[in-house]
Design a protein around this ligand. Structure first.
Ligand code: AMP
Length: 602
């Protein structure tokens, strides 16, 4: 039996879509109970649930949430892995869902350093289309776009392959682009991506980027907005554009296709579309010649005069690309896209005019059953903390309380999200830290804070991805103010191979920078980590001087290529902000051209 999907997927009218969500939001607590009941009913008797619930059916709506939380334990991906592997190997018994699983998603693996299989079902594509339509409905209330307009969308499928048991495996975005729902989106919604399926699924991200840009330029007067899943892809595409524009203009002028494109199906589909257009090519060329002198500032509205906004995920690990996006976007509004994961979509940006730094995500209570682990930041070192259950203390700076349902979250409190999904994950800790910023009707609006996993730690110091991002953002301002250089990308490593261990920060920079400025950046970075454990350890020299490594241009592209070679998709790529992966460290160290140490501390 397919889980019943809201009628909203068939709504074409934006008001209908918004009404559907606002009604669910108004009754969020009850809708959450129904969602849990529906998931448990659909999957009653599957092996994982049987282990905890036996044959019991949780049917009493009032007691269901607390009984469920008492009987089924919190779990992590590792708890589901053995079941997922049995499914991948072809076991037919119902292990996680009653409905046989036909597809598995491969998470990008860029945040955890390791790719994970995650269940993917029709429900996953259906909710993707739903949130897409809902977010579009909210955007259309503020920025109206032309019916039938085109979208310049930097999206990429990766390869799909079969597991031993014959299931299709690939990234979640890849499955979605291959789904019926994506076809519905292309055919029946107000706007559609200007690149055909052959371009999205070429399997070579460089060729796809070239063709996305070519078609975007070819249809430049018809493009209504520019988008991608994560901001990284748009920045990457425009960095390529800076190098490729002359070739692109040549193709538009002559109606030809660069020899860079050697995939036959892509060549054919593009050559069927474009015809020589010398007038357009000259117009683009003269804009590019002028904008190149201004370091490509405002290139998007200059080339695409009818574009209303840029729409992509700009929060969390995408925040470091915001400045570059603003640079390319000029005065255009930047609309921060919605919050989700391979495991489940979570929240919609219902206030698209909020600046990306302030965006919140309103939870969609029909998508999954959500629980929230309250997190408290310890004032001192949490290793010595005597707080109740030691097992609840993760190896980071947070102290946990018992999880609460959506109806009990409090404004201003930070939580880790726990999911129970239609795809067979039960009380699954997602590992994301969010803060409740307020309520949309009665559903919580979340600020994304960071991935929970500690990224930089040598001994008692604890720094998350967000801590590192703040330090780098602060210090890169020195770089920008004292030189004309820009930070292209960064990552870090806690080097404990020698005593004392120390932090290594890798920077790729565009432009020339005086060595004194880089030395200053290095010292400032060391002084900017305010975590108590770090400060104490630096003072006592149990953490050594911070090392800043400047890597040559193109190093982070090599890292991207390493991940893509291992099956990740550019659409879901996030630069790992800390790594102990030996292959990555080898790339970074081979490409290091200058090293600085912060020397004395305090
Ligand atoms: P993936 O494993 O590729 O599905 O990535 C999912 C993860 O990306 C989430 O768990 C978040 O950590 C992050 N993410 C997704 N959407 C957003 C968003 N709107 N803002 C910040 N981080 C996000």
């Amino acid at each position: 039996m397919e889980p019943s999907v809201d009628k909203s997927n068939y709504y074409t009218d934006t008001d209908e879509m918004i009404n559907w969500f606002e009604k669910s939001a108004e009754n969020a607590a009850a809708v959450q109970r129904q969602t849990l009941q529906q998931i448990l009913e659909l999957n009653h008797g599957v092996e994982y649930l049987k282990k905890w619930l036996g044959d019991i059916r949780l049917q009493d709506e009032n007691a269901m949430e607390s009984l469920y939380a008492t009987m089924v334990p919190l779990a992590s991906h590792a708890d589901f892995e053995p079941y997922i592997h049995r499914i991948a190997d072809g076991e037919k018994a119902p292990l996680l869902t009653q409905d046989p699983m036909k597809t598995l998603s491969l998470s990008s693996g860029t945040t955890e350093g390791r790719q994970k299989f995650v269940p993917f079902t029709r429900h996953s594509s259906q909710t993707t289309l739903q949130i897409f339509k809902l977010a579009a409905a909210y955007r259309s209330r503020i920025y109206s776009i032309r019916e039938g307009g085109k979208v310049l969308e930097f999206i990429y499928s990766s390869k799909q392959y079969k597991t031993k048991g014959g299931l299709i495996a690939g990234t979640a975005t890849t499955h979605y682009y291959a789904s019926e729902e994506f076809k519905i989106k292309q055919q029946h919604t107000k706007s559609f991506t200007c690149s055909p399926e052959e371009v999205i699924s070429s399997g070579d991200y460089k060729q796809s980027t070239y063709c996305h840009l070519l078609l975007g330029l070819y249809y430049c007067d018809e493009i209504e907005f520019v988008t991608s899943t994560f901001a990284y892809s748009i920045v990457q595409a425009f960095r390529s554009f800076e190098e490729l524009w002359k070739e692109l203009c040549h193709d538009i002028r002559e109606g030809t296709l660069s020899s860079r494109i050697n995939i036959t199906k892509v060549q054919k589909v593009i050559l069927d579309i474009i015809v020589p257009n010398p007038e357009l090519a000259s117009r683009i060329e003269s804009i590019c010649e002028e904008v190149e002198r201004e370091d490509w500032f405002s290139i998007i509205p200059k080339l695409w005069p009818n574009v209303k906004y840029v729409y992509t995920i700009m929060t969390g690990s995408m925040q470091p690309y915001l400045n570059k996006l603003r640079h390319y976007g000029g005065d255009l509004p930047l609309v921060s896209a919605d919050y989700g994961s391979t495991e489940s979509w979570i929240g919609v940006n219902a206030e698209p005019s909020s600046p990306p730094e302030k965006v919140t995500f309103a939870i969609i209570p029909t998508f999954s059953y959500f629980e929230f682990i309250p997190l408290h930041r310890s004032k001192s070192q949490s290793f010595n903390n005597s707080h109740k259950d030691a097992n609840l203390l993760a190896n980071d700076d947070f102290i946990e309380d018992e999880p609460v349902p959506l109806s009990q979250v409090k404004i201003g409190q930070e939580y880790e999200i726990v999911l129970t999904t239609f795809t067979g994950l039960y009380r699954y800790r997602l590992g994301d830290v969010v803060e409740v910023a307020g309520f949309h009707k009665k559903t919580p609006k979340l600020n994304f804070i960071c991935r929970r996993k500690l990224i930089l730690t040598v001994n008692i110091d604890k720094n998350t991805e967000q801590d590192l991002q703040l330090v780098v953002e602060r210090v890169s301002r020195i770089l920008i103010s004292k030189s004309r250089a820009e930070l292209v990308d960064f990552t870090s490593h806690a080097n404990v191979s020698k005593k004392p261990g120390h932090y290594v920060i890798y920077w790729e920079i565009k432009g020339d920078v005086d060595e004194n400025v880089l030395g200053e950046c290095c010292r400032e970075m060391d002084a900017s980590f305010v975590d108590h454990g770090y400060v104490v350890s630096r003072k006592t020299n149990s953490i050594g001087p911070l090392e800043l490594c400047i890597v040559e241009r193109g190093t982070f592209k090599k890292i991207l290529e390493h991940f893509i070679g291992n099956g990740a998709a550019l659409s879901q790529f996030k630069t790992p902000r800390c790594t102990s992966n030996q292959v990555l460290l080898r790339i970074l160290n081979v490409c290091t051209i200058k090293r600085f140490y912060s020397t004395a501390y305090g």
